[in-house]
Write a protein that binds this ligand. Structure first.
Ligand SMILES: Cc1cc2nc3c(=O)[nH]c(=O)nc-3n(C[C@H](O)[C@H](O)[C@H](O)COP(=O)(O)OP(=O)(O)OC[C@H]3O[C@@H](n4cnc5c(N)ncnc54)[C@H](O)[C@@H]3O)c2cc1C
Length: 531
């Protein structure tokens, strides 16, 4: 993961088989799958791995219980299969977690319990534990701060949870170890056509301004909610503007202290007042509350929550928790944009196929392959679909699949005894913990929480082994402190900047990096008011 060495590979003139745009779950999944099949792959990410939606998930590795209600059994079965593979391939970053669904109406326990028994049956031997019917007392024992009034019982079932941004970094590292060339802070700024066919992409190193013409047999557009900007680059000269593929919808999460849900069990409210679901999930020593689903036109890298979304989450939390959190209790608020795929209109005759599992792969006339939608849990299956489409469109010669099904990701131990509900610590490094210990500052803590926190060695590891280039890369996506406690993250920004300067050399502007991070942290603490 030496960035200079990766950039040197972009200067090579021999064409790559695939050039991938976007270093979120989707692009990294494609890069890894292709590299594992022996293709020559380059991936460029404009900002940092998982800077977009892929660091802002609810952190659930799930089969999608709600699809069962829609009768979409095949979709659920596949996601449950992917859930099992992910938990096995990255046990340091993805683990089982028990959910409790409380019931306040007599019929709810039986109704939801029956559906969840079906969920168990679909998981089969890949199940994580049996669904159990709970009495009111048992429900309260698992969720001690639950509203007691009117509680009739509950249902306990199993799914998974994960550290999304660290998983993205693990995918990048694994892709590199399989031979891919992967670079962050390097944006696709143009596409090169020859005889109407895509032949290369032009990328710019955001640090040095150097540009690269990356020749490739096949260009994959995995830019999340930004895929339409890349499709715009691919337009025929003089052609009319193309219809957008993506209609973004934003989802807000609020993070509060663990005391509001002092348990390792997650809470699922299956039906809020307006018919949505609400989660309260223990994660890394805190509780995540969310989420919302609000159409949003702006494609900001750092979207802003609407006041109504914050209000909705807090008021729903107040209905189900006896010690309701208030605005003053929020340690961090973050917003993700869902790349929802619009029903296809004619768009320059792209061969668009909306696959039942919610993602879309479109092959344009020039050969640009656009993939968007889906969910983190199924990133691996999506990657296989993308490669299948490349083969079908004769952009690449077919090679056998399933190369990643049993491929452990970087740092994966055989199994992990620690829970992701606990504060972050060395357990997230899996087999890399030894390397971490060998670095200076393994016992010097910038921030301490329980047995874990953020050590000086973790910052050095982020630079040396995880391609971190800025204070934000470290505090938002290598450590997750920005997402857990934005004020605390701002408080350690200067220390992190000094360490980055030691690691990256005098060319690194520590003052600018720390101050832009502090401005970002202020955004993660800002709760809008009004209607
Ligand atoms: C609120 C919310 C909650 C969710 N919760 C879950 C969950 O619990 N479980 C689950 O399985 N799924 C969940 N999802 C879905 C999941 O997070 C997304 O499906 C997934 O992260 C999308 O990944 P992506 O790679 O397609 O997009 P992104 O992660 O957005 O990646 C696209 C990348 O492309 C880069 N890019 C853009 N333009 C360029 C360019 N010109 N050059 C180079 N790079 C560029 C961006 O910087 C970005 O990093 C959730 C989604 C949301 C919004």
């Amino acid at each position: 993961m030496d960035r200079a060495a990766q950039l040197a590979r972009l200067r090579e003139t021999a064409p790559f088989d695939l050039a991938v745009i976007g270093g979120g779950a989707t692009g990294l999944g494609v890069a890894l799958d292709a590299a594992a099949r022996g293709f020559r792959v380059a991936l460029v990410e404009a900002v940092d791995f998982a800077k977009g939606t892929s660091s802002r998930a609810t952190k659930l590795v799930h089969g999608g219980v709600r699809y069962l209600a829609q009768g979409n059994v095949g979709l659920v079965r596949e996601a449950l299969h992917e859930r099992a593979l992910l938990l096995a391939n990255a046990p340091h970053l993805a683990q089982p977690i028990a959910f409790v669904m409380p019931s306040y109406r007599w019929w709810e326990r039986g109704f939801y319990g029956a559906g969840l028994k079906m969920y168990d049956a679909l998981a089969g031997r890949r199940g994580l534990g049996d669904t159990q019917f709970l009495s009111a007392a048992q429900t309260l024992a698992l969720l001690p701060t639950l509203q007691r009034e009117g509680l009739t019982g509950g249902v306990k079932y199993w799914d998974g949870q994960f550290d999304d941004a660290r998983l993205a970094v693990a995918l990048a590292r694994t892709a590199v170890s399989q031979g891919a060339c992967v670079v962050n802070h390097c944006a696709a700024i143009g596409l090169v056509r020859e005889g109407g066919k895509l032949r290369a992409l032009v990328a710019e190193d955001r640090e040095s301004g150097e540009t690269f013409t990356i020749r490739a047999h096949c260009v994959i557009n995995a830019a999340g909610v930004w895929v339409d900007a890349i499709r715009g680059m691919d337009a025929e000269p003089g052609a009319a503007r193309r219809a957008a593929l993506v209609a973004p919808s934003q989802g807000v999460h609020l993070v509060v202290d663990r005391e509001f849900l002092p348990t390792d069990h997650a809470l699922l409210i299956p039906k809020t007042r307006d018919g949505r679901v609400l989660f309260a999930v223990p994660w890394m020593g805190k509780t995540i509350l969310g989420t919302t689903d609000t159409p949003s036109e702006a494609l900001a890298l750092e979207p802003t929550p609407f006041a109504s979304e914050v209000e909705f989450i807090l008021s729903e939390a107040a209905r189900c928790l006896s010690n309701a959190p208030t605005r003053a209790d929020v340690r961090s608020v973050w917003v993700g944009l869902r790349p929802l795929v619009k029903p296809s209109e004619d768009d320059e005759a792209d061969d668009t196929k909306t696959i039942s599992r919610e993602h879309t792969v479109a092959v344009g006339r020039s050969g640009l392959v656009t993939v968007t939608g889906g969910k983190w849990t199924t990133y691996r299956a999506m990657a296989e679909d993308v490669l299948d489409r490349c083969f079908a469109a004769a952009l690449l010669e077919a090679r056998p699949g399933s190369a990643t099904a049993y491929l452990p990701l970087a740092g994966a131990p055989k199994r992990s005894a620690e829970s992701l509900a606990q504060p972050p610590g060395e357990h997230l490094y899996g087999t890399d913990a030894d390397t971490l210990h060998g670095l200076p500052g393994a016992d010097r803590w910038l921030w301490r929480d329980g047995g874990g926190g953020l050590s000086e060695a973790m910052v050095r590891f982020a630079v040396r082994h995880e391609m971190a280039r800025t204070v934000e890369d470290v505090l938002a996506r290598r450590s997750r402190l920005l997402f857990l406690d934005a004020a605390q993250a701002a408080a350690v920004a200067d220390d992190v900047a000094s360490l980055l300067r030691e690691e990256l050399g005098a060319g690194f502007d520590a003052v600018a990096s720390a101050s832009s991070f502090k401005a970002l942290a202020a955004h993660y603490l800002e709760l809008p008011v009004g209607s």
